[in-house]
Design a protein around this ligand. Structure first.
Ligand code: F6R
Length: 611
């Protein structure tokens, strides 16, 4: 969602905050701001609508000597994105400045109470209400730490906050409920950030704050307590990735870099997990629940967006290879619809960020109802990773592009491994296991071959950049890929696109087809190939433009398509990993041709930590 960064130490704070905000900008980018205390303990707040670069230009002209401050990049929830609503917010006489991720649900009631007590509010935001609410407690108790604690105890909703104040100029306060926040531990300096990307330039040692914890951070020390004033025992994590992984490395966009990283990230997801001789898989994170998995009568995947599409592929994989019934649930629906669950059920959350509010809530709901919960997560130490009973990391490294690409294929890698692991617990023979694993090992090279066709895909993109609509059709394993291709296109190019099972086309969407409608068919040589050829003919008969994703060597399909993009042959279980790559590139190049900001598409944010 939004990004938070804070610093207390000995270095000039402004460049640290601006650099941190740039690294966090993918989390929200409709406005940005900083608040710093200068060496005379004066509070300076600079904020504005627009990108971090606009803010950077403003602050460069105002050198402020300071070594403590907070910054924020926003994705609007309450109030339009303008200078006033940008964070940080202050109380009326600027005794404290606060940045906030999340939503204060009872802010209207608190607002009314504050106005009654004579406090002034100048914005439409829940964050200003929280700021002034803390101030109101300070006026009563005369102690900033206690004021923050008392205010947060009365607040309903979610928050990750950071505060600086001239009332205690050597103190940075951070607190969380529902919105991720970490403390970066440096040498005689400390940091606060909503994600490690903002701090790894300075330190790899971090503490992930838990829900309902407040930290009081000074230059060389910190203290963490719960909101009800109990001491906490924090665990220090080491961040494993490198700075270059969160930089563009010569690519025009993070998204393109991440698409091209997929041979490596797919290999990383499988690394150390393939036991080729045994035809089996080692998933160390699942050891504690191995017995339960062996007995499982059904699995339920829950996720949102692209991760939900990966879950759909997981359903096909596990039902095919392990013969366990699988259900796939939108987390936002699952959490609210009174699902029937028992202690024999295993609910598996799939999430790149590990912080998606709906997915987290779905897992909590499943736990409450006695189910075992697992996580397939990318971000190490994230809330879903910590709150599930067991899980598997996908090891895709930081994904900065807002549109998910490499996380999707890494999720598919782990789901393939999981399906083989579960299959081998049941009927799947070691020989079949070996065949599958050998093919998984060959996938990175095949992804590489597809990436070499980027220029051809760019050429196709050029011809369709002005299309108003797109249809994506696939069958079986490639139906979820159709959904994913359509999602990629709409989120970064703003072209309306829909994905369907190819056979469903004639039950409605066929009415949309005319000579202006590009239809992307994902049509590898598999059992359903002839069926999908018939669907292609149905579109052709109505003048639609056909872009086919086909198996190399298939000339028949080229005769009935306007454009054919080839993918190498693989087993049907693994075609989604290959067939999605041209669709990612197609969406990317169309968006670039249309002049869209690919890494920061409008209205979106990387990790959706509100409902
Ligand atoms: C699409 C995209 C989103 C996410 C969704 C879930 O490109 O990135 O649809 O997949 O918000 O996010 P995670 O996987 O972090 O739970």
């Amino acid at each position: 969602m939004c990004g938070i960064v804070g610093y207390i130490g000995y270095r000039p704070v402004v460049p640290i905050l601006i650099q941190g905000l740039k690294r966090l900008e993918y989390r929200g980018y409709d406005s940005a701001g900083i608040a710093v205390l200068d060496d005379r303990q004066q509070l300076h707040v600079i904020k504005r609508a627009g990108k971090v670069n606009d803010l950077a230009t403003t602050v460069e002209s105002l050198p402020i000597p300071s070594t403590i401050g907070i910054g924020h990049t926003r994705w609007a929830t309450h109030g339009v994105p303008n200078d006033t609503n940008a964070h940080p917010h202050t109380d009326q006489d600027r005794r404290l400045a606060l940045v906030h991720n999340g939503i204060i649900e009872n802010y209207q009631a608190i607002r009314t109470q504050l106005l009654r007590e004579g406090y002034q509010l100048k914005t439409e935001t829940d964050t200003e209400v929280l700021t002034v609410f803390i101030r109101s407690f300070y006026d009563k108790v005369g102690d900033l730490r206690e004021a923050v604690r008392l205010a947060l105890a009365e607040v309903e909703g979610t928050f990750g906050i950071a505060i600086v104040s001239p009332l205690e100029p050597d103190l940075l306060i951070a607190a969380r409920r529902g919105s991720p926040l970490l403390i970066g531990l440096g040498n005689n300096e400390n940091f606060v950030a909503s994600d490690a990307a903002a701090v790894i330039q300075y330190t790899r040692n971090v503490i992930f704050l838990q829900d309902n914890e407040i930290s009081f951070i000074q230059q060389g020390e910190y203290e963490i307590r719960t909101i009800d004033n109990q001491p906490s025992a924090p665990e220090i994590f080491k961040i494993e990735y490198d700075l270059e992984q969160i930089e563009k490395g010569g690519y025009e966009h993070f998204m393109l870099k991440e698409i091209f990283e997929q041979p490596t990230t797919f290999r990383d997801a499988c690394r150390g997990r393939i036991l080729l001789e045994d035809g089996n898989v080692r998933l160390g994170g699942l050891r504690p629940v191995a017995d339960k998995l062996q007995r499982a009568q059904r699995l339920i995947f829950t996720a949102c967006g692209t991760s939900w599409h990966a879950a759909l592929v997981g359903e096909y994989l596990i039902e095919d290879l392990a013969r366990i019934p699988v259900e796939v649930e939108y987390a936002s629906e699952f959490r609210y619809r009174n699902p029937v669950l028992s202690k024999d059920d295993i609910v598996i959350a799939i999430s790149q960020s590990g912080e998606t509010a709906d997915t987290l809530a779905a897992i909590r709901e499943a736990k409450l109802r006695g189910a075992t919960t697992l996580g397939i997560v990318n971000v190490v130490g994230s809330t879903i990773a910590r709150e599930t009973d067991a899980g598997v990391y996908i090891h895709a490294g930081p994904e900065i592009g807002v549109a998910s690409t490499k996380a999707f294929t890494s999720q598919l890698a782990v789901l393939s491994l999981l399906a083989i692991y579960l299959g081998r617990m049941r009927h799947l023979s070691p020989e079949d296991g070996r065949t599958l694993l050998r093919e998984l090992q060959a996938i990175p090279e095949k992804i590489q071959q597809i990436l070499q066709q980027a220029e051809l895909i760019q050429h196709v993109a050029l011809q369709y950049k002005d299309a108003a609509n797109f249809l994506y059709l696939g069958r079986s394993y490639n139906f979820p890929v159709a959904l994913e291709g359509a999602l990629k296109l709409k989120e970064i190019s703003y072209i309306h696109a829909e994905g369907y099972p190819a056979a469903e086309m004639k039950h409605g969407p066929i009415a949309l087809i005319d000579e202006n409608m590009p239809v992307v068919f994902i049509a590898p040589r598999d059992e359903l190939y002839e069926k999908i050829l018939s669907n292609i003919e149905e579109v052709r008969a109505r003048g639609g433009k056909i872009i086919s994703i086909a198996t190399e060597g298939d000339h028949k399909i080229a005769d009935v398509s306007d454009h054919t993009i080839y993918i190498p042959r693989t087993l049907p279980y693994f075609t989604p990993v290959l067939s999605v790559i041209p669709l990612q590139l197609l969406a990317y190049y169309i968006a670039v041709e249309r002049g869209c900001n690919v890494d920061m598409p409008r209205n979106l944010a990387k990790s959706v930590t509100v409902e």
